[in-house]
Ligand binder design. Structure first.
Ligand SMILES: Nc1ncnc2c1ncn2[C@@H]1O[C@H](COP(=O)(O)OP(=O)(O)OP(=O)(O)O)[C@@H](O)[C@H]1O
Length: 448
């Protein structure tokens, strides 16, 4: 700015020009509600009332920002950029109606979900690298940032790590974490509670620096909440605020998610988290052991990590059960203790459940051979053993009735159906049969 001028003078003169240019109706809608907050040599911050934020910001970005720069140039003889910021105060009239309204708390971040505690491995290194970049400079390149992937693989942890890191470097930052369901509930509640509450809802979600929304697949088919999020999204991204989301799949794969949302999301970046490989799983267990001051041999950790390969939440849960065995039941930190836990959890310990495996276990149990099971003999014990083996094949594998018949000496599919019905009925009426089937299933999956 070359000409000395106060904020008020500048804004009043700009307003006068707008009034002339756009007429009273547009002026009252888009210009009059703005409040100048800070003027520097090169910019002016204008606060937008929360309940009109979507409209005004859209209009400014489309048409008025350019006019402002031009007017300011004429008045102050220098370049002044307008920056819009959503006011974080509610309209006065709303206070009464919002008294009893509690939204999910502003920062529901889990302090344990930090970058330090996040083990980086092949399945998550890209998602991690972007998360770091976002935490360093939110609202810039990767906006919005969507982390997607299967259940229990660390999406929430990584998203919240961004929030925790940013709140450390920028303690004044407003960070809001909510699940997609929280967002929906807050929105519905605000609609129910009336106009003031709607403004309170907007304040809650639109005046933050970082908005973290978990599990957006929850909005599938829910039109109203999608529309509300679309507006929230626009206000935040247009004012340079960061949005981070998680989902169990890519937005384009979420059924009934509006395309205007998916296309907005595509403007940022989406990164998946894959299942962790064995070294990553072992490292996660090592971290847990270290945190809890437990000395557990590597081969024991490897055994646990080897058996639980798809879900980190289950991996952690198993570790904590193992820890409880050591601490409260004084068991040694050995492979045997670990096996016990894994067995209790009914986790597959390496036996692939095939027709042959089932036939072998059942034949051994009835002291017969696999050939006997396949034979035409109708000795009573053997018939029962055959029926049980067919029943277990039907329930534990995806084999079709004809395929099962073929595996049992070329029998007809109706014989298999007859056998499975018979055993089902018996298990329903006789608890000993039921127990025997459970024990056999366990042995088929986990060994003796
Ligand atoms: N790379 C990792 N390093 C350390 N702990 C991890 C890692 N990934 C996940 N965890 C832990 O696993 C548990 C589950 O992670 P999280 O809740 O983030 O999964 P999610 O992908 O969000 O699950 P959901 O699909 O159920 O929402 C958490 O306790 C988290 O701390």
């Amino acid at each position: 700015m070359t000409k000395p001028i106060t904020q008020e003078e500048l804004w009043n003169q700009v307003k006068a020009k707008f009034y002339q240019e756009i007429g009273p109706v547009s002026f009252d809608t888009y210009i009059e509600p703005l409040i100048p907050v800070t003027l520097t040599d090169s910019s002016i911050i204008l606060e937008v009332p929360i309940d009109e934020s979507t409209n005004i910001i859209d209009k400014w970005n489309k048409s008025y920002a350019m006019s402002f720069v031009q007017y300011a140039m004429e008045i102050a003889e220098g370049f002044i950029k307008p920056e819009l910021r959503v006011a974080d105060t509610l309209p006065r009239a709303s206070t009464l109606q919002t008294e009893n309204l509690t939204f999910t708390r502003e920062s529901d971040l889990n302090e344990a979900f930090t970058f330090d505690k996040f083990v980086v491995g092949t399945g998550n290194e890209n998602a991690y690298a972007i998360a770091r970049a976002v935490a360093e400079d939110p609202g810039k390149v990767y906006n919005p940032y969507l982390i997607y992937g299967g259940v229990g693989l660390g999406k929430t942890h990584l998203m919240q790590a961004i929030g925790n890191a940013y709140s450390k470097t920028t303690p004044s930052a407003r960070i809001k974490y909510a699940t997609a369901e929280d967002f929906l509930n807050d929105f519905t509640e605000s609609l129910r509670a009336g106009e003031g509450a709607t403004a309170a809802f907007k304040k809650e979600y639109r005046t933050v620096d970082l908005l973290l929304i978990d599990d957006i697949q929850f909005w599938s088919g829910k039109e109203k909440v999608q529309e509300e999020f679309f507006n929230t999204f626009n206000v935040l991204t247009k004012t340079g605020k960061q949005i981070i989301m998680t989902s169990d799949k890519l937005p384009t794969e979420i059924v009934d998610l509006q395309s205007r949302l998916t296309s907005r999301f595509e403007a940022g970046i989406s990164m998946d988290i894959q299942k962790p490989d064995l070294p990553t799983r072992v490292a996660i267990l090592k971290n847990l052991a270290e945190t809890d001051n437990l000395d557990i041999p590597n081969d024991v950790l490897e055994l646990i990590a080897d058996k639980i390969d798809s879900n980190i939440r289950t991996l952690e849960g198993t570790f904590h059960r193992f820890e409880a065995m050591l601490r409260y039941r004084n068991k040694p930190a050995t492979k045997e203790t670990a096996q016990k836990i894994l067995g209790d959890l009914n986790i597959n310990q390496g036996f692939k459940v095939t027709v042959e495996r089932i036939q072998q276990v059942v034949a051994d149990y009835y002291m017969q051979t696999i050939d006997d099971l396949k034979s035409t003999s109708r000795k009573k014990d053997l018939v029962t053993a055959r029926h049980v083996a067919m029943y277990l094949t039907r329930t534990l594998t995806n084999e079709s009735l004809p395929d099962i018949g073929r595996s049992f000496g070329g029998r007809d599919h109706s014989s298999v159906l007859h056998a499975t019905n018979k055993i089902t009925e018996k298990a329903e009426s006789d608890p000993r049969t039921k127990e025997m089937l459970i024990a056999l299933t366990d042995e088929i999956k986990n060994g003796k």
